[in-house]
Design a protein around this ligand. Structure first.
Ligand SMILES: NC(=O)c1ccc[n+]([C@@H]2O[C@H](COP(=O)([O-])OP(=O)(O)OC[C@H]3O[C@@H](n4cnc5c(N)ncnc54)[C@H](O)[C@@H]3O)[C@@H](O)[C@H]2O)c1
Length: 132
């Protein structure tokens, strides 16, 4: 019988944005359940171990970077079972501010937030799912 109620022993799980915040906490939780966790984040170095997780440097808004990350994972662990899209950013900008126009959301910031928070999900899923 599985030791983990989630049955995660021997499962290899990639967590995007796993170097910090929600992703980092989730990485520890999944490890405690027996999973092998890979942190895919643009702040890590490929091959480093962060809180017990193998790291792969990856920019989730770049398709080539994501495909390389998935390839690295499959080469090292010979399997990939799950992807957690945890990567995300936020901005201090507001929609309108007549007194401080610099605080108003601009197109560059919006595009960056859309890219990391939305486009990353599709790019990572499209690269990972064929490896199930
Ligand atoms: N922490 C909260 O309580 C909370 C609550 C509601 C919503 N959120 C949202 O959830 C998301 C994650 O929150 P968090 O607190 O874990 O944030 P965080 O900043 O601690 O972690 C985000 C991680 O994503 C990584 N990252 C950012 N852009 C990347 C990219 N292009 N490629 C690869 N890695 C990238 C960062 O390096 C970081 O490790 C954010 O969008 C945040 O606004 C957080």
């Amino acid at each position: 019988m599985s030791k983990s109620w989630l049955g995660l022993e021997e499962k290899v799980i990639v967590i995007t944005g796993g170097a910090s915040g929600i992703g980092s906490e989730l990485a520890k939780t999944l490890q405690n359940e027996g999973a092998t966790v890979v942190v895919a984040d643009h702040t890590v170095t490929t091959g480093e171990i962060l809180n017990g997780s193998f790291c792969v440097r990856c920019d989730t808004i770049r398709k080539d970077s994501v495909e390389q990350m998935i390839q690295t994972v499959v080469q090292k662990f010979e399997r990939l079972d799950a992807l957690v899209n945890c990567v995300g950013i936020q901005s201090e900008k507001v929609l309108l501010d007549e007194e401080q126009p610099d605080r108003e959301l601009d197109e560059v910031t919006f595009a960056m937030m859309w890219g990391v928070n939305v486009k990353s999900v599709y790019i990572c899923a499209q690269a990972a799912v064929p490896r199930w």
